[in-house]
Design a protein around this ligand. Structure first.
Ligand code: PEP
Ligand code: MN
Length: 660
């Protein structure tokens, strides 16, 4: 909470922002009125319920309510009023800020009354809770009033052997005499007020608080380190109250809600990132187990699912990342990358635009429907980055930064661990163990080039190491040809090599004006190069308004099919030669049925007429093999391949071959 409490300077209250109406419960002269004056023009209300009604009805801009005192903790009455509103499904609220007001309570009575004579003490219940020693000492009955200023007035009005516990000003205002100063149990005493505002879109409160009900949840929230302000229980919810959650604990605490059947209401926007509960035991990196499939939204990699993460080295501006997001989505990439914290060899090189850039990256990813991947360089960056990013990247330079690995592993996001340029495969997998041991199941490994004696490339893409790692780990393995190559012209070749070697995915840097890129321009592919490469790999183009873009992909497929058909025909000729030399008949109906079944199974629902294609290929094959159809009516030859399914547009069956 450090730095988020507005300290009341004392009697000279800071001038209030005159335009805001700050409601409080009580009379002028009360501590609440003083706190409200710090938030705006104070407006008194007779009860907390009425005050909150005024807030939700927009009669006031904020409601200033006491939440906790230094000595006695939660101030129950106002918190109960907020709880009632939330439990009734009231409108969203947020705690805009906290205002701490020093509280000096005095015992005051009319002229001529001495402390030992006092038989009735007037004050508020929360105040009585802070003055237990005074009450124990005096032989007097506490009498409850709405606020301390009213207590003083009431005592002055009724007279007799009555006294009030209130502020010194309220006592003097009411014409009472101070009998004892500073009567609270805790000295110096202070009350923390919450400035509560209407919540909803666009409200970014300084204080994150949540309302909880349920003993288990309360214990878990307290365990995570949040400050608990407990309210008396109810039969159906034995523990209820509020938790004040420092920013650094937000994701940890919000993650608990997934486990809880109990009520969990944020005062203010719920944190962006709700990590799953920490796993007691994540598998080991080198355990023998089925391949791990890491998912983030539509992105899935591992166990036969393949991914391409593409984007600029660094997020340079909202416009740049939005343009490139569209380009990589159109190319068919399955995730968007972009560095916002850049590890640079020189401290004078561009270091990244930080969390602002993360917001631009998030917006760009959202606008094209791609999850985002970005690097964290320090443990302190993990929590704020995890709130917005889908996958955390640990860079090569930090492969063995164990504090960072532990922090990232506890963030509740998939983590992509790049291999350090000086780490062995074994050290790389051991580093991954740190992330898994911190409770993260979703670890991706990325080979990005190691340091060798070779100087023609930036690194040496160690595909041998990647393949060796394949048999050692169940985790998805990716390759980054961009950082390994350091030169654009080498990237497609290395990408093909890695893809062909069976990498589960690739990470590729892309820029549309690489000559002016702030980082790694020389190795960035142009969007059109990426497009070609991903078409080659068979990824589907993403959203585009260009028919030509999709036609280019279709043309590539057609060229591939034509090439394959021509190879198939050459093989048919070869098999025909073998059949002739071994005396086997050219036609084999069982074999034709197998071919047809393969096409039907592979194309399935996509192509109910797949048999047409199979039949056409069989016919072409027979033609290449020189098979002669039998004369009409003859029983000597085989059957014509059967027609299947609805009437096809292209007539199936072997063509009638000219008889020689
Ligand atoms: C990056 O991906 O931009 C990066 C800095 O990579 P590496 O850590 O592999 O150098
Ligand atoms: Mn880079």
């Amino acid at each position: 909470m450090d730095g988020r409490i507005t300290q009341d300077a004392g009697a000279e209250d800071a001038p209030a922002p005159a335009t805001l109406l700050a409601g409080y419960q009580g009379l002028t002269g009360s501590f609440s009125a003083r706190a409200a004056a710090r938030g705006g023009r104070p407006v008194g209300f007779p009860s907390f319920d009425r005050l909150l009604r005024a807030l939700t009805a927009s009669e006031i801009d904020l409601a200033v309510l006491p939440a906790a005192t230094r000595g006695a903790g939660a101030v129950l009455e106002p918190l109960e009023a907020i709880a009632r509103l939330l439990e009734a499904g009231g409108p969203p609220l947020a705690v805009a800020s906290e205002i701490e007001v020093p509280v000096r309570l005095v015992l005051a009575a009319p002229h001529g009354v001495a402390a030992p004579d006092v038989r009735e003490i007037y004050s508020q219940t929360p105040v009585f809770r802070q003055c237990t020693k005074l009450l124990a000492r005096l032989d007097a009955v506490p009498v409850e009033t709405h606020d301390t200023a009213y207590a003083a007035l009431r005592v002055a009005e009724l007279g007799g052997t009555r006294a009030a516990v209130c502020s010194e000003e309220a006592a003097l205002e009411a014409g009472l005499v101070v009998l004892e100063e500073d009567v609270s149990d805790v000295r110096p005493n202070a009350t923390r007020f919450w400035a509560v505002v209407r919540g909803g879109a666009g409200v970014e409160p300084e204080i994150r608080a949540l309302f909880y009900s349920g003993a288990r949840l309360a214990a878990a929230v307290a365990d995570a380190g949040a400050e608990i302000l407990a309210l008396p229980g109810r039969a159906d919810a034995p523990v209820r109250g509020f938790a004040v959650v420092p920013i650094r604990l937000l994701s940890k605490v919000s993650g608990l809600s997934a486990r809880a059947a109990e009520t969990f209401v944020w005062l203010g926007p719920a944190p962006d990132h709700v990590p799953p509960p920490r796993l007691k035991e994540a598998p080991r990196a080198t355990e023998v187990r089925p391949a791990t499939v890491v998912t983030a939204g539509a992105f899935a990699v591992g166990g036969g699912r393949r991914a391409v993460i593409a984007g600029p080295c660094a997020v340079e501006s909202p416009e740049q990342v939005m343009r490139l997001a569209k380009a990589v989505a159109r190319a068919g990439a399955t995730a968007l990358r972009g560095g916002v914290f850049k590890p640079r060899t020189s401290p004078s090189a561009f270091q990244g635009h930080g969390l602002d850039a993360l917001r631009w990256l998030r917006d760009a990813g959202d606008s094209v429907g791609l999850p985002i991947v970005t690097e964290v360089m320090a443990p302190s960056q993990v929590e704020p980055v995890a709130r917005l990013a889908d996958v955390l990247q640990i860079g090569a330079r930090n492969c063995q930064n164990y504090d960072l690995l532990k922090e990232a592993g506890a963030a509740g996001r998939p983590v992509m661990l790049k291999r350090g340029f000086g780490t062995t495969v074994e050290e790389w997998l051991s580093a991954a163990e740190y992330i898994l041991a911190a409770g993260c199941r979703d670890v991706l490994l990325c080979e990005r080039g190691i340091r060798t004696f070779e100087r023609t490339t930036r690194g040496t893409l160690d595909l041998g190491g990647l393949l060796a790692a394949r048999s050692l780990t169940h985790l998805p393995l990716l390759a980054d040809p961009s950082h390994a190559a350091g030169r654009r012209e080498l990237v497609p070749g290395l990408a093909r090599a890695a893809w062909g070697a069976g990498a589960d995915g690739l990470m590729i840097e892309v820029h549309d004006t690489p000559e002016s890129a702030l980082c790694d321009g020389p190795q960035a592919l142009l969007p059109e190069d990426l497009e070609q490469l991903l078409d080659e790999f068979g990824l589907l183009p993403g959203p585009t308004d260009s028919v030509e873009r999709v036609r280019r992909a279709i043309d590539r497929v057609d060229a591939g099919i034509a090439g394959l058909v021509s190879r198939r025909l050459a093989l048919c000729r070869a098999v025909a030669d073998t059949k002739r030399s071994t005396g086997r008949p050219i036609r084999d109906e069982a074999r034709e049925a197998t071919v047809r079944a393969r096409f039907e199974e592979a194309l399935g629902a996509d192509a109910p007429n797949a048999a047409i294609l199979a039949d056409a290929l069989i016919s072409l094959g027979l033609e290449a093999e020189g098979w002669l159809p039998p004369a009409e009516g003859s029983l000597a030859g085989g059957k014509r391949p059967e027609r299947r399914g609805p009437t096809p547009v292209v007539p199936p069956g072997p063509p009638t071959l000219p008889r020689s």
